[in-house]
Write a protein that binds this ligand. Structure first.
Ligand SMILES: Nc1ncnc2c1ncn2[C@@H]1O[C@H](COP(=O)(O)OP(=O)(O)OP(=O)(O)O)[C@@H](O)[C@H]1O
Ligand SMILES: [Mg+2]
Length: 461
């Protein structure tokens, strides 16, 4: 096969150059040229339109058959929940996560389960040898009967050839950063290679109906490595997160063309692989025999499921430039909450180090965590624990107002179900009358942060 010519395309203006240059000759931007494959024989300019028959491929929306997407459940319920019901024919899924978090394990288990449901599957490994994959399969207890096809290959053209020959229902590429195309001279893992290989595999998926799962590396900052355009190209983006020191892992959908986003799947890592946790609401609580200062439980909503998470704060004597550190919560938000605490509730930690942590390696991004974080900080500063069975949630604004959180009733119900007895919540989230599901829960409704602080002080034993 004749090698296609590569060209260099400017990421800013889209201008092209036959060779790499430090400065784009069209828009004069520096360091924006990236290698890509020249489309051979494509008519250019106005002749491009002449090549097509008039109106070809145009149809009226109402006349197009809206075929419902066929989903194949993977057999792992928690993964299906995140995917919106299962793998979609011709769909492309990108799954990212920290090294060693369990991406390969999860996908190998999913392929094995699919194979048992008589689906043809292919596992392309670029990071490990076939023997290593077999070893993992044996550890997971899949091996004796497993019919999953394994291909140890990193060259794109060979992978595509295998795909068209085997025609699996689903193929996993582990990982996209190791795949390289002959057409480009840049090294595997470079922006140009990752983009070109992912685009090519996406075209193959759409054309042949093979569902493809791409494993992606993440950068030190926790974002998917490679070009941002990768996330636009695929149908679904999943993140695998969790603390490698604890056994719980979350799979979160960031983007999904076939289902809801922000849905999470919860797994526990065991020697026999990842096991779904179907009722995860209480897994992020640490079991203190006695309430301790600086700990507050919050009810956060992950997709459709309420989760109870313990937030811990430690306020300790700092130096002239005190530190603010948060794990699992946004650091900028922490600085903002400290300012609100000072201004509107008279709680000053300006000369103190403040550390905040969400237990169990969960990442909480919703502002409904504000109230719990602030109560935990105040509790640590005062050295007084919050009462036993205490929960809080609610967003706190810069003016010191406590704003409602979405779906407050569900959060309260989950807390009552798990035996919590005292709640401090935004006024708009407090129910008018206590139903049977909320039995045993005393609810304090607050409108301002200082009210919340006063209630907590009143609860001191
Ligand atoms: N014998 C074992 N018992 C229990 N857990 C194990 C065992 N061996 C490996 N693990 C778990 O499996 C994890 C590795 O999983 P896996 O290789 O699927 O991760 P990955 O996300 O694919 O990593 P990478 O980014 O390196 O490819 C380890 O971090 C460990 O938690
Ligand atoms: Mg792996």
């Amino acid at each position: 096969m004749a090698k296609d010519k590569s060209i260099y395309v400017c990421g800013e203006c889209g201008g092209t150059s036959p060779k790499w240059l430090g400065k784009c000759p069209h828009c004069n931007a520096w360091n924006t040229l990236v290698e890509s494959v020249a489309e051979s024989g494509a008519p250019s300019g106005k002749h491009r339109f002449a090549a097509l028959a008039p109106g070809a491929g145009v149809a009226v929306l109402s006349e197009i058959d809206a075929v419902d997407v066929a989903r194949t459940p993977t057999g792992l319920d928690e993964l299906d929940r995140v995917l919106g019901g299962g793998i979609v024919e011709g769909g492309v899924v990108l799954i990212g996560g920290d090294p060693g978090i369990g991406k390969s394990t999860l996908l190998l288990q999913a392929l094995d389960a699919l194979q048992h449901a008589n689906q043809n599957t292919l596992y392309v490994t670029g990071e490990e040898s076939a023997a290593q994959v077999a070893m993992r399969a044996r550890r997971l207890g899949l091996a004796p009967a497993s019919q999953v096809s394994v291909l140890a290959e990193i060259q794109l053209e060979k992978i595509v050839a295998t795909l068209s020959q085997l025609r699996p229902a689903i193929a996993v590429i582990d990982s996209i950063q190791t795949v390289y195309s002959d057409q480009l001279t840049s090294a595997p893992g470079s922006v140009a290679q990752v983009r070109e290989c992912a685009a090519h595999l996406t075209r193959v998926a759409k054309a042949s109906g093979v569902a493809i799962v791409l494993v992606g590396h993440v950068t030190k900052e926790g974002a998917l490595a490679g070009p941002r355009v990768l996330e636009h190209m695929v149908d679904t983006v999943l993140y695998f997160e969790g603390d490698t020191h604890s056994s719980f892992r979350l799979v979160r959908a960031i983007k999904n063309r076939f289902g809801a986003v922000n849905e999470i799947g919860v797994f526990a890592m065991t020697e026999k692989g990842l096991k779904g946790v179907s009722n995860p609401s209480a897994i992020f609580l640490s079991q203190h025999p006695q309430p301790v200062p600086g700990s507050c439980v919050l009810v956060t909503l992950e997709g459709t499921r309420p989760l109870l998470v313990e937030v811990q704060a430690l306020v300790d004597g700092g130096g002239p430039s005190p530190r603010r550190l948060s794990v699992g919560l946004e650091r900028d938000r922490l600085a903002l909450l400290l300012a609100v605490l000072h201004r509107h509730a008279g709680v000053a930690c300006a000369d103190q180090d403040v550390f905040v942590n969400a237990v169990g390696g969960v990442r909480i991004s919703e502002p409904a965590a504000d109230l719990a974080v602030m109560l935990a900080i105040a509790s640590s500063l005062r050295g007084k624990p919050l009462p036993r069975g205490f929960i809080a949630f609610g967003e706190v604004g810069l003016a010191g107002e406590v704003r409602p959180a979405p779906r407050g009733q569900e959060r309260l119900k989950e807390a009552a179900k798990l035996g919590f007895s005292v709640a401090v919540v935004p006024k708009a989230n407090a129910p008018k009358k206590l139903g049977k599901e909320l039995e045993g829960l005393t609810i304090h409704a607050v409108e301002r942060i200082d009210e919340a602080m006063a209630i907590v002080r009143g609860l001191d034993a």
